[in-house]
Design a binder for this molecule. Structure first.
Ligand code: F6R
Length: 608
C-alpha cells in the first residue's frame, strides 16, 4: 500500500515520477503528490483522488527539475485530503518526506514536537518524520535521517529530500519494501520494481533496518548503526510487458488470461519423470521427521488457497494441519513450538499481518516455508525456504493468477512433503501429476470457451444485491474466493458457505430471486452438492451451477450452467475458480466499477 518513487538524473523529474506512480497506483489511490527541486527550492504539488488529478495539475503548471520524490497514498492516519497527501515537509519547507508504513509512536512524537513549538499541517503520522529530520539537521542529511529514524517505532520505507542537497536522496527501510534502481548517471528509488522497468533492471533491495544515500553517480548503503555495508546488485527478471495491460481493458482481465502460463510456470521444472521434485527448497528430510503439526497462515485470497492447501497437506502428510487467518494467529495464543512447520502464503510477500504472524512463529522455534510470488520480498526473506509461484507481477488489486498459481504450488508441496515425510504413494502421485500437467491447456480451453455465456450470466444477475456461493471440501474455499471476488470489485454483497451448512440457517434467505452459485464438479462431494442444490430449487431459489462438462443432472437443475473440463478432484479448485473470476469481472464492468482499483482497497497491505 502506498507507492514510492524517487529520481535523480538528467531527465524531467516530474515526468519520471508521474509515470512511475502510474505503475504503482494499484498500491494506493486516494491521493498523490510530488516534491521537485527546482531553482527556487523544493516545490510540492499534491492532489486528492486518482493520479490523473495530479498529472493534470502538473500539465497546467509544470514543476521543472531533475531531482524529486513522488507518492501515491492509501490513507491510514488522516482522511484522503490534499493536506494529508505526501510528500510532507518541515516548517521551513527545506525537508520533504514520503513514507510507506505506520509510525506507531507518532502521537508521542507529535506531542513532543508541538510542545517544542512545531506547527503541524496534516493529520498524518508521516509529518513527524519531516519535523524530526529538520530538527536534527546540521548540514548532514544522512545523520539527520538516522537520528530521526532512531526515534520511530513501527514500519517505514521512507525517502527524504533536502533543498540544500540537489544531488542526494536519503532512504531508510524497516518493515516496508524499498529498492534502489541503478541507471547511467541517474538513479531511482521505488517501493517495487515496476516503475523502474522503463529505465533499468539493475536493483539493490534494501534489507531491514538499512539506510542509503543515493545520488546520480553513487549509492552507499548503511546498517542501522550507520556502518557502511556492501550491497548486492540484482537483475530483476521482470520485463516491461509484464507490467502493462497488453491490449486488455484491465489488468485483472489480462491476469485472468495469464493463468495458463502462470500455472505452467509454477509447475515447470518441479515435476521430473512423473514425480514432484522440490530439491530447490533444500528441505532437510531428517529434520522434517520431527514435524508433528503444520500451520498455514495467510490473508484474503491467499488464505483461501491455504484452506485448499490444508486438505491437500493432510491428505498427503497425515499431519494435523491448521489454517489461520494471519491477523488472528498473533492474538489467539496458537500452540507453536519447534515441532510445528509454519507455511506462510502471500502473493506480495509484504502483507504485514502475515509477516508478523511469521515472526511470532519463528520466535517460538517453528520451521518456516513461504509460498510467495514476489522474489526477494520480506516473507521469503524471513522463511527457511520458499516455493515461489511464478505468476509474474499481479497488478489488478483483485488477486487472480496468483491464487491459481498458489493452488498449483500447494499441490506440489503436499506431494513433495508427503514423500519427504515417508509417505510416498507412486500411483496417487502419478494420478495427481497427470491432472496438474493437463491444467494449463484446460484453463486455456475454459478461457477460450464460454466467456460469452459467463458475460450473459453476469448481465442476467447484475441487479441482484445479494449472492450466495456454496461448495464443499476442496471447493468450499472456491465458494469463499468466488464471493470475495464479487464483493471486492462489484460491491455486491456475497457470502461463501459450505454447501452442507445451508440447511443450518442460510436456507432461510432463499426465495424466488435469490441467486446461489453452486460449485459442483465431479468428485467425492458431488452427490451431496446435488442434494444441496435440490434443497434450494425446492424453495424456488435461482441456482447457477459450475459443473463438470457432461453432467446431465446438473444441467437439468441449473438455471444457468457453467461447465469446466473433467479433471482430478484435487485440481478442480484451479479450474472452478476461473469462471467465478470472470463472473465477478463482467458483473463489475457492466456496473461501471473501477475493476483494477476497487474503492477503499489497495494491493499489498503493509499495515496491520
Ligand atoms: C483479494 C486480495 C487480497 C489478498 C490479501 C493478501 O483479491 O488480493 O485479499 O489476497 O490482501 O495479500 P498477499 O497474498 O499479498 O499476502
Amino acid at each position: 500500500m502506498c507507492g514510492i518513487v524517487g529520481y535523480l538524473g538528467p531527465r524531467d523529474a516530474s515526468k519520471v515520477l508521474i509515470e512511475g506512480l502510474a505503475r504503482l497506483e494499484y498500491r494506493g489511490y486516494d491521493s498523490a503528490g510530488v516534491a521537485v527541486l527546482n531553482g527556487s527550492g523544493l516545490k510540492l504539488r499534491r492532489a486528492v483522488g486518482r493520479l490523473r488529478n495530479l498529472a493534470d495539475s502538473l500539465k497546467a503548471d509544470p514543476l521543472v527539475g531533475h531531482m524529486g520524490i513522488g507518492h501515491t497514498r492509501w490513507a491510514t492516519h488522516g482522511a484522503p485530503a490534499e493536506k494529508n497527501a505526501h510528500p510532507h515537509s518541515s516548517e521551513d519547507g527545506k525537508v520533504a518526506v514520503i513514507h510507506n508504513g505506520i509510525i506507531e509512536n507518532y502521537r508521542d512524537l507529535k506531542g513532543e514536537l508541538q510542545a517544542a513549538g512545531v506547527r503541524f499541517a496534516s493529520e498524518t503520522d508521516t509529518e513527524c518524520i519531516a519535523h524530526l529530520v529538520a530538527r536534527h539537521y546540521q548540514g548532514d542529511l544522512l545523520a539527520a535521517v538516522h537520528a530521526a529514524v532512531k526515534r520511530l517505532h513501527g514500519a517505514w520505507a521512507l525517502v527524504v529530500a533536502h533543498a540544500d542537497h540537489p544531488d542526494l536522496l536519503v532512504v531508510a527501510r524497516r518493515g516496508s519494501p524499498l529498492l534502489i534502481g541503478l541507471g547511467q548517471s541517474e538513479n531511482f528509488v521505488a517501493s517495487d520494481v515496476t516503475p523502474l522497468l522503463p529505465y533499468t533492471r539493475q536493483v539493490i533491495y534494501l534489507d531491514e533496518g538499512q539506510l542509503a544515500t543515493v545520488s546520480r553517480g553513487q549509492v552507499r548503503v548503511f546498517d542501522a548503526a550507520l556502518k557502511p555495508v556492501a550491497h548486492k546488485v540484482e537483475t530483476s527478471e521482470l520485463t516491461l510487458d509484464a507490467a502493462e495491460k497488453g491490449g486488455f481493458e484491465h489488468f485483472m482481465l489480462k491476469e485472468i488470461h495469464e493463468q495458463p502460463v502462470a500455472v505452467e510456470a509454477t509447475l515447470r521444472g518441479r515435476i521430473q519423470g512423473g514425480r514432484v521434485d522440490l530439491s530447490e527448497l533444500s528441505l532437510d528430510a531428517a529434520a522434517l521427521k520431527s514435524v508433528r503439526r503444520l500451520q498455514l497462515i495467510a490473508c484474503g485470497t491467499s488464505l483461501y488457497s491455504a484452506m485448499v492447501g490444508k486438505y491437500l497437506l493432510e491428505q498427503r502428510t497425515a499431519l494435523p494441519t491448521e489454517c489461520w487467518s494471519a491477523s488472528e494467529y498473533r492474538y489467539a495464543d496458537p500452540v507453536i513450538d519447534p515441532s510445528v512447520l509454519v507455511i506462510a502464503i502471500s502473493q506480495s510477500g509484504e502483507t504485514a499481518d502475515t509477516l508478523e504472524a511469521l515472526r511470532l512463529a519463528r520466535g517460538r522455534g517453528a520451521r518456516t516455508i513461504a509460498i510467495c510470488n514476489v522474489m526477494g520480498s520480506s516473507i521469503p526473506r524471513t522463511c527457511d525456504a520458499t516455493l515461489y509461484t511464478r505468476a509474474g507481477p499481479e497488478i489488478g488489486v483483485a488477486s487472480t493468477k496468483a491464487y491459481t498459481a498458489q493452488l498449483a504450488a500447494f499441490e506440489l508441496l503436499a506431494l513433495g512433503l508427503g514423500r519427504l515425510l515417508g509417505r510416498p504413494d507412486d500411483a496417487e502421485e502419478a494420478r495427481v501429476v497427470k491432472g496438474l500437467e493437463a491444467l494449463p491447456a484446460q484453463i486455456r480451453r475454459l478461457l477460450d470457451g464460454d466467456i460469452v455465456g459467463v458475460k450473459r450470466c453476469a448481465k442476467r444477475y447484475q441487479s441482484v444485491t445479494n449472492f450466495m456461493y456454496i461448495g464443499r471440501h476442496f471447493n468450499y474455499p472456491t465458494a469463499l474466493e468466488g464471493a470475495l471476488k464479487l464483493k471486492e470489485i462489484s460491491y455486491i454483497h456475497a457470502e461463501g458457505y459450505p454447501g452442507g451448512e445451508m440447511k443450518h440457517g442460510p436456507l432461510a434467505l432463499v426465495e424466488g430471486t435469490f441467486p446461489t452459485i453452486a460449485i459442483c464438479p465431479r468428485g467425492r462431494t458431488r452427490e451431496k452438492m446435488i442434494s444441496n442444490i435440490q434443497e434450494i430449487k425446492a424453495r424456488k431459489g435461482v441456482v447457477v451451477v459450475v459443473a463438470t462438462e457432461g453432467d446431465q443432472e446438473a444441467r437439468e437443475l441449473a438455471d444457468y450452467l457453467i461447465e469446466i473440463p473433467p479433471c482430478e478432484e484435487e485440481v478442480s479448485p484451479i479450474l472452478a475458480v476461473v469462471p467465478l473470476q470472470l463472473l465477478a469481472y463482467y458483473t463489475a464492468t457492466q456496473l461501471g466499477r473501477d475493476v483494477d482499483k476497487p474503492r477503499n482497497l489497495a494491493k499489498s497491505v503493509t499495515v496491520e
